[in-house]
Design a protein around this ligand. Sequence first.
Ligand code: HEM
Length: 399
Amino acid sequence: MNPAMTAVGSAGPAEKLTESPGEARCPYLVVREPDTVREVLHRAADFSPANALEAVTPLEGPALRVLQRVGFALPPVLASNDTGTHAGIRKVVAGFFTPATVAGMEPRIRELAREAAHNAADQLDGSGHADLVQAVAAFPPAVVMLELLGLPVRDIPALKRWGLDSMELFWGWPGKDRQLELARSAADFYVWLRKLVAESLAAPGRNLFKSLAEHGLSGPEMCSLGYFLLIAGQETTTQLISTALFRLLEGSAPVGWDDAATEAGSRSVVRHVLITESSVPTWRRVAALETDLGGMPVGAGTEILLELSGNQVTAPGQGRSWPPGQAAGSAEKAAYGLVFGSGIHRCLGAKLAELEAAVIVQEASAALPGIRLRDHQPEWIRLLSFQAPRTVTVDRPPL
Ligand code: HEM
């Protein structure tokens, strides 16, 4: 969980958060109680997603100028769209992630997962150690996403770097110099994206940008959607896999490393991480008008931080239940029901993300028996709405 949030108690359904790490102040109304979180997500007219892609730390002049120079803009299209155009655009994007398409992708996901796991095994054989974030978790979700969207599979290392940089720029607390570095990276990503959009419109066959253009989206709108989707559609899954691998190897997951080699074992650890420390632990909304929540008045413009993961149960079967007195099993079910959001903006990639994470964890466990964690205290990505260990370094114990 974000350090800004651990400072807050858990007494009421909604709490005012005033301090954040460093110098930035972060005045969110924090909503942790699951029923209240769901209520906010379902009262879309009262609580708008318009702030979904706003920078947590206001960008300063030099960083803004770098972005302006390339025409960087994120007009509302999908995640931050609170207008009547959202449903139609969502339908176009959902057409690329139907349940049948996702299920049909499983053999390809498994193929990529096996390849990655065997590469990790080769690294272990060669150098004695490997970072499973880079070797196993990073690339397959990006390849799968580009293939599903009908886009060329290229520049994956750059895409991974741009995704992480943009997450920090918009969901982190970068100082002025760091903002400038991150803005340069975001500008490079945007220029690359604009080229990709233009190229895709002229390419044969079906792809995301052709479908969006047919739906009437402008160039900047397509870039805005691509910017969000090319990050949200793969880096969040990489981060979920990274945490699952780390907890398994640390021995704190409900199943052991060897158990994760089965389908049931890998699925259960992925679900456990989603409920207890998802890669997207929070998401934002903003009060569109003066209203109330759980009997509390909420002023128009109040920024709200919803806790989607980590507050409800600590571990399947043995966690504290929420609400108090409720059986752990049903508490888990309720908790799981929020991890991909809820209502009209619910994540379009939920099924894909879970499938990818389970298959990749399963294949890594099957291909790498007997490995052990080398670094028990890795650096973590800790942003307002994203979290994961940056590395999961492993080796093989001597025989
Ligand atoms: C572990 C992985 C992932 C997590 C935890 C996650 C979580 C979320 C959350 C919390 C939201 C906001 C929901 C709301 O506002 O109610 C969201 C939105 C979204 N996600 Fe995901 N996501 C993941 C992976 C993916 C993937 C793989 C894709 C696509 C391939 C994807 C596509 C989207 C889209 C398009 C939206 C916006 C939907 C809309 O506004 O209508 N996500 N996701």
